[in-house]
Design a protein around this ligand. Sequence first.
Ligand SMILES: C[S@@+](CC[C@H](N)C(=O)[O-])C[C@H]1O[C@@H](n2cnc3c(N)ncnc32)[C@H](O)[C@@H]1O
Length: 253
Amino acid sequence: MNPVLQHLLSNPIVRSGTCSGISPQKVELLMELVTELRPRQSLEVGLAYGTSALAICEVLPPGSCHIVIDPYQTNHWEGRGLQHLQQAGHADRIEFYEDFSYRVLPQIEAKGVRVDFAFIDGRHTFDYVLVDFFHIDKMLNPGGVVLFDDADWPSIRRVLRFIVMNLPYQVYKTLPANSGQASRRRQTYDIFAALCSVGLNAISQIPGFREPISRAFGGDLRGIDKRCGLMSPFIALRKVDTDRRGLKHFEFF
Ligand SMILES: C[S@@+](CC[C@H](N)C(=O)[O-])C[C@H]1O[C@@H](n2cnc3c(N)ncnc32)[C@H](O)[C@@H]1O
């Protein structure tokens, strides 16, 4: 492993009480994915100190390029993500944009950029993640993969639910969920939701009941996450087809 990445993993930089970079387990899965996919063009939202970018660049095939977007690299992260990439010898394969992803992504899509792999780890609210995904989907080749960090956050989980329920994407790889970390309140809620989902799914089998149940009860109570394999903090989805939805298509999620 590149010594710069090795150093970052063994000495994570803590800022405002939190560690910005992805964990060693996530780095391992990320490198495994990129090694397997051999993307000619990859893209990442959210550079920070560069842990995930270093991991991606280390296993990218020769001649490929990695686009990175982060509006706060200079001011908040003191340019250290870019410095790390340079120190590791990856500067020549990076195309960096210091701006918000919602501005950069449509611009590069309009230039005709196509990607085979994307990693979304920027601003974590529902709307920002959905907008990141929306634009990335327009550039992602069929067979390509998009990876979400912090996929167990309620905001990001809902984006994933929308995608797997409505678009031609399938769960491709995940990191196992660490259930030991869930709070007692969360564990109680999960048991309650699991019990509800058994009842609701049974009622949904009755002809004419599926849609009213879907309208009335959210994805948590219908057990969508478990059924779709979304119980993980790190989820890679594969695009299996182009979007063929009709104008009014909508699956409750
Ligand atoms: C959790 S950190 C990314 C960590 C990084 N992937 C790593 O492994 O080191 C989230 C990053 O998203 C960036 N960010 C926040 N809002 C953004 C936006 N609208 N567009 C792009 N990046 C954004 C932040 O500056 C921060 O660097």
